[in-house]
Structures are given as structure tokens and as C-alpha cells.
Ligand binder design. Sequence first.
Ligand code: 5GP
Length: 251
Amino acid sequence: MNHRLTFMLLLATFLIVVTSYHVKRDDKSWDYMVFTQTWPKASCIKFNHSRGRSCTLNPKINQWTIHGIWPNNAAKDGPFYCQPSWKFDEKAILDIEASLDLHWPNIIDKTPHLNFWKHEWEKHGTCAASLDTLNSEHKYFQHGIQFNTKWNLLNILGAADIKPSMNQTYKADDIKTTIEKTTNSRVNVGCIYISDFDYQLLVQVEICLDKQFNTIDCDDMRDKLMFNPSKGTYIFPCHGDSDVRYVPFSE
Ligand code: 5GP
């Protein structure tokens, strides 16, 4: 009898664990959004140093560009690919495509023009679409353009005399605090190391937003998640008091 009871208890525990695992895996809920911008010059240098990839910047690009609007949960990434049947459709964004080419360009050579938008929409946009304000491709990409215009990092940093330059370097902490003074929230600032350069290169800024698009503090944990070589990500939180190179387009 005792054995039977033990068996039933073990079975019940097993079922609870398996069920909660599946509930977790299927959970597409999220807490906040990460609006990520890229310094396209540094990103392009990174792709030109990656095996099998190269990059050319459209000469009309003269500002920070968008990487994505990423729904996220505290202390973990994602969710991703929330509605697999909702495929990217170019027709939905035709009227803003020319603007997206400047604000949210695909800079990787020999990849289809729409590739980057398709990836961002299907991986992140279909999760963001749980908000009424982002529940269409058009709304998702249009918000990207609005955020990129609102937090114009070239201007924000430029106003503090942090300008792209090969003659000058900056402290990562100064870059971070300058942006934080504008957003009133903690942001993440990402860098890369490239063998041809002496210093870490500024490449990415993450601004975190609540569901009403107010800025909120990005959590510390996310900072650590940024650097994940196993996922092929080699952007790391810029080293605080070390010099940073903000590479100019002309380089
Ligand atoms: P995530 O998957 O987190 O949305 O974004 C990371 C992916 O975006 C990486 O695979 C990275 O290589 C890709 N990515 C970044 N910039 C570009 C770009 O300009 N074009 C394309 N096609 N992919 C990009």
C-alpha cells in the first residue's frame, strides 16, 4: 500500500512538473519592451569582420538606426515568434518603406532587402502585437520610426559634445549618463572589439519601455544577457570607465 502511495505521489509530481514546463514554454506574455538602436557604422565594421558576411551602408544613412522593438521579461529574454502563422507582408508597410530604409535598414550585403524586417516582425513584432497599439505590422514599424526620431542619439550625444570621431575617444560612463539624462531611465550601452581598432567601439543602445511607451530602467540582468557568445552575440556592455571609439561614417 505504501509503495502504491509513493508511486502515486511520484506520478503526480512528475505530471505537475511536465505540465508547468509546457505552460511556461507556451507562455507568450511579456513585461516590457527593449527599443534597440544601432550605430550602423560600427555594426557594418562588425559584419565586415564576420566570416561569410559583408556590409555596405547606403550613403544616405546619417544617423543611428533601429535594430528592433523587443518584448521582454524581467531576467530572461523573449518571448519570441508568438504567432508563427502571421508572416511578414511587405504590402502592409509599403507607404513607410522609404523611411524604413533610412531608419531601419538591412545593411548586410547579398541578403534580400526585406530580410531584416521579416526577421524582426516574425520574431519580435508578433509578440509586441498583443498590445492594441502595436497590433499590426504597420503600427510596429511606424513606432520604430517614431522612437528613432524621438531618441535621436546622434543629437542627444552631440549636444554633450560626444560626436563620431577618430581623433577623440569617450568614456563609456559619460555616454551612458548622457543618454540617461534624456530618457530619465537606466539604459544599456553595447560595444564590440574589432582587431583593427585599439578601443572598444560603440555599437548599440537599449532603451527600455513600459506598455504605454514610457521609459523605464533596463534591468541589470538584461545587461548581462547582451553578451552571449554561444548565440553568436559578441556585443558586450561597454566597459564603464574605459575609452570608447565612436567611429565616424567617413572612416
Ligand atoms: P534578434 O534576432 O535579436 O532580433 O537580432 C539579432 C539578429 O539581427 C542577428 O542575427 C543579427 O545578425 C541580425 N541583424 C542585425 N543587423 C542586421 C541587418 O542590418 N540586416 C539583417 N538581415 N540582419 C541584421
